[in-house]
Design a protein around this ligand. Structure first.
Ligand SMILES: *[C@@H]1O[C@H](CO)[C@@H](O)[C@H](O)[C@H]1NC(C)=O
Ligand SMILES: *[C@@H]1O[C@H](CO)[C@@H](O)[C@H](O)[C@H]1NC(C)=O
Ligand SMILES: *[C@@H]1O[C@H](CO)[C@@H](O)[C@H](O)[C@H]1NC(C)=O
Ligand SMILES: *[C@@H]1O[C@H](CO)[C@@H](O)[C@H](O)[C@H]1NC(C)=O
Ligand SMILES: *[C@@H]1O[C@H](CO)[C@@H](O)[C@H](O)[C@H]1NC(C)=O
Ligand SMILES: *[C@@H]1O[C@H](CO)[C@@H](O)[C@H](O)[C@H]1NC(C)=O
Ligand SMILES: *[C@@H]1O[C@H](CO)[C@@H](O)[C@H](O)[C@H]1NC(C)=O
Ligand SMILES: *[C@@H]1O[C@H](CO)[C@@H](O)[C@H](O)[C@H]1NC(C)=O
Ligand SMILES: *[C@@H]1O[C@H](CO)[C@@H](O)[C@H](O)[C@H]1NC(C)=O
Ligand SMILES: *[C@@H]1O[C@H](CO)[C@@H](O)[C@H](O)[C@H]1NC(C)=O
Ligand SMILES: *[C@@H]1O[C@H](CO)[C@@H](O)[C@H](O)[C@H]1NC(C)=O
Length: 651
């Protein structure tokens, strides 16, 4: 009874105190102006005091959200979230009157104009997110005043200039997300002071200079991503001290070679990608003791020696990419560890036999341009075509054109070109040859952050403009790493390579969803013909067709068209893992043939070979082209890098 009374009194005392509290009128006034400025009154209708405890905008999961600190005599706004609501216009000065803000989330909107220097007045800030907006101008040095910051994001914006050295004053910072932010130039040495940093995403920026040694001093780092920059190698030995790393993705380093010497104590690594980094030397056996690895990508480097036997010991590894190196020796016979689902050893002078369990359900493997013995799988009729890929098929040459509907079903264009069916489901390390052996397609790579997303084919229902052949562009092949098409058995001579593109996953709406950038490179016959290709920009918008035509010489009956991701572009707009090459259709014809396939001979020599491994769901079909171990060039050497499409990566 007595207890009840006490509670009752306490309750009223609380109500009294609470009722007397009001929010700082300057803040209320500022907030109202912000709401008008960003046209938010429909979503944030301040019918009561903004700090009312039971207001609709107060709960943690509300959006927009306002939360306050009411411990003093007046309430102050401490949290403001306006996330993914497509507010647009500039950042208004009134925002900087909310002096007690600790957590400001304006992510995934279409804010434009500069980030005003006054941001530096919000010195209580701990969490600041401006990621995925359309902000321009410099990154203000005044950010350095926010020395309580724990997390800062200005990823995916259009800032310019260098990173301010003052960011080095943010010594409490644990997370820094600045990928695709637009900044360029050297990475300031002052960032060496960010000793608490655990997460640094800095890919797809125009950083120059040498990959800084001081990163090795940021020993709390768990997640470091630095792909698609203009940084030069080598990877400093100081990275050996980053023993807490779980996720390390470095890519696209130029100039100096790197080695894997720094990898010894990073035993927590789960994802390790050092793709296209000019890594030379051998793969140390000890990497096989990184027991937590699930994803290992060392492709497009200059590695030599053998695949370590210790790789047979991986227990969690799912994806292993070793393609485009100079690895030799035999494939370890137990390389397919229990959880491995994708193995890419393509473009290496590796020999040996297919691992005994290569046919396991759900597993895909790419052995294109290796010397691995495919004898056990060989369909006798395939020998002729294999010799074609070996550049020795002069007696079987018949075609002077081919056309492929990348990622889609056979269709005939308005000008009468028949584009072949290419709707086979590719996998993370796949090769497929079409039914009449006129062409082949090879894919490697895995959309790490979105393993269950679109699997290498994208589609749209939207009409495609700027073309009479809208249907041709409604499906496309995509790849997170490397997508190669081969024309086989072609008459030697001069060809036109017509590549059809339309951006169908990114849009150009006036929304944060319209802020994505897709960039990739195109190589034909090993020569880079386009760098940083942006379909949307060049076509003048998304869902607009674009045809690019290149000349190419066929001297050895084969043409190779390679679409390659060099780490650039946004990663995740409008969906996770929206990046990398995309192609809608390919039409290749001899220059003298005016674009029509007059000379197609139906009596082509038989199949390459296809292995179909039925799962319960009857799903996996894996087809492969092998370079046969017994086929040697005239000097008796293994012929692995003839026609070397990897040429470009080493320059
Ligand atoms: C402001 O928002 C309302 C919906 O809340 C919308 O109908 C109106 O078009 C918006 N005004 C502008 C200028 O975007
Ligand atoms: C705000 O809420 C009040 C009271 O519920 C309502 O009368 C008014 O129309 C609302 N304003 C907007 C812009 O929705
Ligand atoms: C909380 O909500 C009730 C109605 O649900 C309202 O009567 C009361 O005034 C609100 N309290 C505050 C502090 O806003
Ligand atoms: C940044 O872009 C603005 C125009 O938006 C330009 O005036 C300025 O010179 C650029 N700054 C740098 C450092 O490139
Ligand atoms: C990095 O750490 C090393 C060794 O602890 C030290 O000598 C060096 O001065 C540090 N560098 C920076 C930039 O802090
Ligand atoms: C790994 O740790 C050991 C023991 O601390 C140390 O001697 C060695 O230099 C480290 N390796 C690298 C590559 O940093
Ligand atoms: C695999 O692991 C076992 C147990 O740790 C070890 O004895 C063996 O040497 C390892 N094999 C290789 C090839 O590293
Ligand atoms: C590949 O490695 C071999 C040694 O195994 C070497 O002789 C050859 O020059 C290397 N090729 C390239 C392109 O680096
Ligand atoms: C197109 O190719 C797919 C995948 O290889 C195959 O399942 C389908 O039957 C083919 N369709 C036609 C019309 O040939
Ligand atoms: C982003 O800003 C640029 C000008 O800087 C503008 O052309 C573009 O339309 C804006 N993007 C969106 C999605 O609003
Ligand atoms: C094709 O060969 C001709 C003659 O050898 C040469 O002039 C031309 O540059 C070559 N074209 C390409 C794209 O390599």
């Amino acid at each position: 009874m007595e207890l009840c009374r006490i509670y009752f009194l306490l309750f009223w005392a609380f109500q009294l105190v609470y009722a007397q509290k009001t929010t700082d009128p300057n803040e209320v006034d500022a907030l109202n102006k912000i709401i008008i400025h960003w046209n938010l009154s429909g979503k944030l209708n301040l019918t009561t005091d903004p700090c009312s405890q039971n207001a609709s905008w107060a709960p943690e999961n509300a959006n927009p959200r306002i939360a306050c600190d009411c411990t003093g005599s007046t309430c102050h706004i401490t949290n403001l979230k306006i996330y993914a609501l497509d507010i647009f216009g500039e950042i208004p000065q009134e925002l900087f009157l909310l002096k007690e803000l600790m957590d400001l989330n304006l992510g995934q909107n279409v804010l434009s104009g500069p980030l005003p220097a006054e941001i530096g007045q919000l010195s209580k800030m701990q969490y600041l997110s401006l990621g995925i907006n359309n902000l321009t101008g410099p990154v203000p040095p005044e950010l350095g005043n926010l020395n309580k910051l724990i997390s800062l994001s200005f990823s995916s914006n259009n800032f310019n200039g260098t990173l301010p050295t003052q960011l080095g004053m943010l010594t409490s910072l644990q997370q820094l997300y600045i990928d695709s932010s637009g900044v360029s130039g050297p990475i300031p040495q002052e960032l060496a002071n960010l000793k608490a940093l655990q997460t640094l995403w800095a890919s797809d920026n125009g950083f120059t200079g040498i990959l800084p040694e001081f990163f090795g001093n940021l020993t709390e780092l768990i997640d470091l991503r630095l792909q698609g920059t203009s940084l030069e190698g080598p990877i400093p030995g100081s990275f050996g001290a980053l023993t807490k790393l779980v996720n390390l993705r470095i890519g696209d380093l130029s100039k100096e070679d790197s080695t894997l010497d720094f990898l010894e104590n990073q035993t927590s690594l789960s994802i390790l990608s050092l793709r296209n980094c000019r890594v030379s030397g051998e793969i140390p056996e000890r990497i096989g003791t990184f027991a937590k690895l699930q994803y290992l990508d060392l492709s497009f480097n200059k590695l030599t020696g053998q695949i370590p036997n210790s790789f047979q010991n991986f227990s969690l590894l799912q994806n292993l990419y070793l393609g485009n190196n100079n690895l030799s020796g035999d494939l370890p016979s137990n390389i397919i560890s229990p959880n491995l689902i994708a193995l890419d050893v393509s473009f290496n002078p590796i020999s040996g036999n297919l691992p005994p369990n290569f046919a396991k359900v759900g597993f895909s493997m790419n052995v294109l341009r290796t010397s691995i013995n495919a004898n056990s799988l060989l369909d006798r009729k395939a020998i002729g075509m294999l010799q074609c890929l070996q550049n020795e098929c002069t007696n079987q040459v018949q075609a002077s054109s081919f056309s492929i509907k990348c990622g889609g079903m056979e269709q005939t264009s308005s000008s009468g070109i028949k584009f072949d069916n290419d709707s086979e489901s590719l996998r993370a390390a796949s090769l497929y040859t079409n039914s009449n052996d006129q062409w082949a397609v090879s894919n490697t790579g895995n959309f790490i952050s979105n393993p269950n997303g679109p699997q290498y084919i994208v589609t749209t229902e939207t009409q495609i403009t700027n073309t009479l052949d809208s249907e041709l562009y409604k499906t496309a092949r995509i790849s997170p790493s490397s997508l190669r098409y081969y024309g086989l058995g072609l008459e030697n001579g001069k060809y036109n390579v017509e590549l059809h593109f339309a951006e169908i996953t990114m849009d150009d709406s006036q929304s944060w969803k319209g802020l994505g950038r897709r960039l990739f490179d195109i190589y034909i016959q090993g020569e880079r013909v386009v760098q940083d290709f942006n379909i949307q920009k060049e076509a003048g918008g998304s869902k607009r067709a674009l045809i690019k035509t290149f000349e190419a010489n066929v001297t050895k009956t084969i043409i190779e068209i390679h679409f390659f991701w060099a780490g650039k572009g946004t990663c995740c707009i409008p969906f996770q893992s929206t990046y990398g090459p995309l192609v809608s259709a390919i039409h290749v014809y001899q220059a003298s043939n005016a674009g029509f396939s007059a000379k197609r001979d139906k009596k082509r020599v038989g199949k390459l070979f296809g292995i179909a491994v039925g799962s319960a769901a009857g799903f996996l079909i894996m087809s492969s082209i092998f370079y046969l171990w017994w086929i040697k060039d005239k000097s008796g050497h293994m012929q692995v890098h003839t026609n070397s499409p990897s040429k470009g990566y080493f320059h």
